[in-house]
Design a protein around this ligand. Structure first.
Ligand code: MN
Length: 200
């Protein structure tokens, strides 16, 4: 998880591809809003919280998320939402790619087939009510797909996060309106499985 593990003060990483690179599956306007506005806001809010709570500045993003339950109650929710918002989005953008990649054999084996894996992710993503993510995760050597609300992060529940699938409406509404299933089908065409494989 080192790649997503920054320290305060957090800075906005550039997208690892051009804004137009994922078209027609994900349009550049969505990426501009999602990366430049939504992620940037989570990041600014995270820095603001840590600025006001200097005793927490020594913790990395992963440490904050793993230990979220031990954070003092008055900042816990803000930190959960914004540290989560930063981690989840950096990982989400990082795991998309204009290059078609093979699903790692380990995952194909664990879920039975590539189709079964994608079907499972889609089912969990469609079943996520309101705002949240479907997460491909690993715990004690076992792979699973779980649904988490808002910007909650698998690290806070003892899982290793492998792939976040953002199903907040801001992730797809400009291009797909209410058609979450179409967004998911197209998102599956631009998953950077090569990067996913680095954490499995
Ligand atoms: Mn999002």
């Amino acid at each position: 998880m080192k790649k997503y593990d920054q320290h305060y003060p957090f800075t906005l990483p550039a997208l690892p591809y051009e804004y137009e690179a994922l078209e027609p599956y994900l349009d550049s306007a969505t990426l501009h809003y999602h990366h430049d506005k939504h992620l940037a806001t989570y990041l600014a809010n995270l820095n603001k919280i840590l600025e006001a709570n200097p005793e927490l500045q020594k913790y990395s993003l992963v440490e904050l998320l793993v230990n979220i339950d031990s954070i003092k109650p008055e900042v816990k929710t803000g930190l959960k939402n914004n540290a989560g918002g930063v981690f989840n989005h950096i990982m989400y953008f990082d795991l998309l790619s204009p290059v078609i990649e093979e699903v790692p054999a380990k995952l194909v084996e664990a879920f039975g087939s590539k189709e079964a894996l994608l079907e499972k992710i889609k089912k969990v993503a469609l079943g996520t009510f309101g705002s949240g993510f479907a997460w491909l995760v690993k715990k004690d050597g076992v792979y699973d797909v779980i649904s988490l609300p808002n910007q909650d992060n698998p690290l806070s529940l003892g899982y290793t996060p492998l792939l976040p699938v953002d199903v907040w409406e801001h992730a797809y509404y400009l291009g797909y309106q209410n058609k979450r299933g179409d967004y998911l089908d197209n998102l599956f065409k631009i998953i950077n499985w090569k990067e996913v494989a680095k954490n499995i």
